[in-house]
Design a protein around this ligand. Structure first.
Ligand code: ADP
Length: 353
């Protein structure tokens, strides 16, 4: 084969390598024995930087584990891997594997471990939070049991008082476990789209009637307002009735819990675009400070933990709402004007019929 033909063949092979490599999610880079980059795919450029071609890899990935390697002297069985942390704002973590694939070529594969690391942290934090949340009612329960066991002379009134507190605490544990189970169910199913279609009025009316019967309302009421210009527009959404019932229940219950006891809770239906539908739950009350608005849908996040606990909150209601809405491809937006209105709006795609 003459030189021209051989160069052409090499070029074709490396283009083929790049095309195949660009399909991969992991980064891959081919270097020669002096560390010069011969080929790199898109994923590797996104992970460690653009324009890698012909640069020395040691100047790009600065890691003591890497600098000490001697590519020239490495033999054919050379196979090495290390974890590299990037100094970026996400503090990304990469696994870099090196394998000698021919006398003068080494293949580097780069896997982004950041998501996995973050998920592990979320799981660890969740286990720690659940244990902590369950421990407080359990400590109260066992404290009262111990007192009752050690004191034979407890009068009937005190005993009744203790039993009432114990009853409240065991109810709290039950609610917490129910919420944890709900959250874990909706989280694991959030990728499965709902298979039924309903009118948005169905879950809303069901929640309004449940809450009106529950005794949660004091000097206030629930008011449903249909603010759509064209009342003939479809209200049909692809949704799971029970899950949307839970969404509206959690939002309306919060509106009552955190709102002024003498101002009404409004449930407003709007239509800004022909293919969308917005339901807003509006209450008047002390509201959510601006800096916490993005955090209220995090598990166990509460603006005022003691207050939420006192009124029976678990800190999981809005996390459940968030995951159900992801499943429904619906968007949640939160606005709050302190000491004025707090508005939780959900925008659903409407099903065309
Ligand atoms: P909780 O069980 O504590 O009510 P949620 O997940 O439902 O938990 O809500 C998280 C936090 O968001 C609440 O503890 C409260 O601080 C804040 N919050 C939710 N809804 C409202 C509202 N309508 N007005 C003011 N604060 C709210």
């Amino acid at each position: 084969m003459n030189l021209k033909k051989s160069n052409l063949k090499k070029k074709k092979t490396s283009k083929y390598l790049v095309d195949v490599g660009n399909i991969l999610e992991d980064g891959f880079i081919l270097i020669n024995n002096s560390g010069r980059v011969l080929v790199s795919n898109k994923a590797s450029q996104e992970l460690i930087g653009k324009n890698l071609l012909n640069k020395n890899i040691l100047n790009i990935i600065k890691n003591p584990d890497f600098n000490s390697l001697n590519f020239e002297k490495s033999n054919k069985k050379y196979d090495h891997s290390f974890v590299h942390e990037l100094d970026d704002y996400l503090n990304r973590q990469l696994r870099i594997k090196l394998k000698k694939i021919s006398k003068n070529k080494i293949l580097l594969t780069i896997t982004d471990l950041t998501l996995q690391r973050n998920l592990e942290k979320i799981r660890r934090d969740f286990v720690a939070n659940v244990s902590h949340e369950l421990r407080s009612p359990l400590t109260i329960l066992s404290g009262f049991v111990e007192t009752m066991l050690n004191d034979d002379k407890i009068d009937k009134t005190t005993l009744k008082k203790f039993l009432n507190i114990m009853n409240e605490e065991s109810k709290r544990m039950n609610t917490l476990i129910d919420d944890i189970l709900s959250l874990s169910k909706v989280e694991s199913e959030e990728h499965i789209s709902p298979s039924t279609t309903i009118s948005i009025f169905e879950p809303i009316n069901s929640v309004i009637s449940t809450i009106k019967k529950s005794g949660l309302l004091k000097n206030n009421n629930l008011i449903l307002i249909d603010d759509r210009v064209d009342k003939n527009q479809s209200l049909i959404v692809e949704a799971d009735f029970l899950e949307l019932t839970q969404v509206f229940y959690n939002l309306i219950e919060n509106g009552i819990k955190y709102g002024n006891s003498n101002s009404d809770i409004l449930i407003k239906i709007d239509q800004m675009k022909t293919n969308e539908l917005t339901v807003s739950v509006i209450n008047e009350g002390e509201g959510i400070p601006e800096k916490y608005i993005d955090r209220v849908t995090e598990r166990f996040f509460r603006v005022d933990k003691a207050r939420s606990r006192k009124i029976g909150g678990t800190g999981l209601g809005l996390a459940i709402v968030k995951h159900i809405l992801i499943k429904h491809r619906a968007e949640l937006s939160i606005r709050s004007n302190q000491n004025k209105q707090t508005i939780f709006s959900i925008t659903f795609p409407i099903l065309k019929i």
